[in-house]
Write a protein that binds this ligand. Structure first.
Ligand SMILES: [Zn+2]
Length: 268
C-alpha cells in the first residue's frame, strides 16, 4: 500500500508556497497526497466588491488547476486529493471543537507524514496560519501516541530541523503558476528565495551545500517551541507582521458578505 501524506493549509496555495518539496516529492514517489484547506481566501483581495463569493470562486478554480497539474495516477485519479474545512479566510476559529474536527479528519486519513503551519516559531503571522497551526498542534497532541503519524512536521518555520533537497524546480513552479491571481512569475521567484533567506542561518549551520527546503519536527516539549539563536531576532520582526496584510482587509464583515462562519459538518 502506498504511503500517505497530509498537508494542512490555511489557504489555497500554502502547500505550494511553503511545503512545495514535500508535496511534489510525495507526488513523484507515487504516495497518496491529501491537502486539507481551511479557507478559500474569501478576503484574498483588497477590492471590496470582489471579496466573498467572487474571489472564493477564483481561488477554488485555481486550486483545482494546481490539482490537475500535479497529475493523475494510473487509474486516471488525481494524485493530490483536496478536502475543504469551509472556514472563512481570516476567521478560522481556534476552539476545542475546531481541534476535535481536525483530529477526527486526521484519524480518518491516517497519514504516515503530516505537515501544517508552525504556530510557534513562524514567519507568516496571518491569523489563520496561527489558528490552523494551533489547531493542528493540539489535534496531534490529543491523539494517542500510537495513532500519531510517523513523521509530524511544521512548514513556514524559522527553526527548521528537517530538510528536503530542492528538486523538480520546473514542476514546482508550474504548479505554483496555477495560483495566477496570487502569484505572478516574479512572485514565484520571490517566495522561493524568501523561504531560503529566512532559514539560511540554520541551513548553513547544518552545512548543507545544496539547496534545501526546511521544516521543523512537531514536538510536545514546550521548551522546543521558543525561538532561540538568530531565530529569536527574526521572530521579533515577523511575530506581528502577517505577510501581505493590509489594514481594512476584513471589511465588509462576513455577515455583510453572506458568509457562514462556522461549518458544522465533518471535513470531507
Ligand atoms: Zn496562507
Amino acid at each position: 500500500m502506498s504511503k500517505k501524506v497530509l498537508i494542512i493549509c490555511p489557504h489555497p496555495d500554502d502547500a505550494e508556497a511553503f511545503a512545495s518539496q514535500l508535496c511534489m516529492q510525495a507526488v513523484q514517489a507515487k504516495w497518496e497526497v491529501h491537502q486539507v484547506l481551511a479557507t478559500c481566501d474569501e478576503y484574498g483581495t483588497p477590492i471590496n466588491k470582489f471579496k466573498g463569493q467572487r474571489i472564493k470562486r477564483i481561488r477554488y478554480l485555481e486550486m483545482l488547476k494546481a490539482q490537475r497539474l500535479y497529475g493523475v495516477d494510473k487509474n486516471g485519479k488525481y494524485i493530490v486529493q483536496l478536502h475543504w474545512m469551509n472556514y472563512i479566510d481570516g476567521f478560522v476559529p481556534q476552539t476545542k471543537s475546531a481541534v476535535f474536527r481536525l483530529k477526527v479528519f486526521i484519524q480518518k486519513i491516517k497519514p504516515d507524514v503530516i505537515i501544517g503551519p508552525d504556530p510557534f516559531i513562524y514567519y507568516d503571522s496571518h491569523v489563520d496560519h496561527i489558528a490552523v497551526g494551533k489547531n493542528y498542534y493540539l489535534a496531534l497532541r490529543s491523539l494517542d501516541p500510537l495513532e500519531r503519524p510517523r513523521l509530524m512536521l511544521y512548514f513556514q518555520t524559522l527553526m527548521p530541523d528537517f530538510f528536503l533537497p530542492k528538486l523538480h524546480y520546473k514542476r514546482v513552479n508550474l504548479v505554483r503558476s496555477a495560483h495566477l491571481s496570487q502569484w505572478n512569475p516574479r512572485m514565484v521567484k520571490i517566495i522561493e528565495k524568501f523561504n531560503s533567506i529566512v532559514q539560511i542561518w540554520v541551513i548553513l549551520k547544518h552545512g548543507y551545500v545544496r539547496k534545501v527546503e526546511g521544516y521543523r519536527r512537531v514536538t510536545f516539549d514546550s521548551s522546543h517551541n521558543i525561538p532561540s539563536g538568530f531565530a529569536k531576532i527574526l521572530f521579533f520582526f515577523f511575530r506581528d507582521r502577517p505577510l501581505g496584510y493590509k489594514e481594512g482587509r476584513f471589511i465588509p464583515n462576513p455577515r455583510e458578505l453572506g458568509l457562514e462562519l462556522i461549518p458544522h459538518e465533518p471535513i470531507q
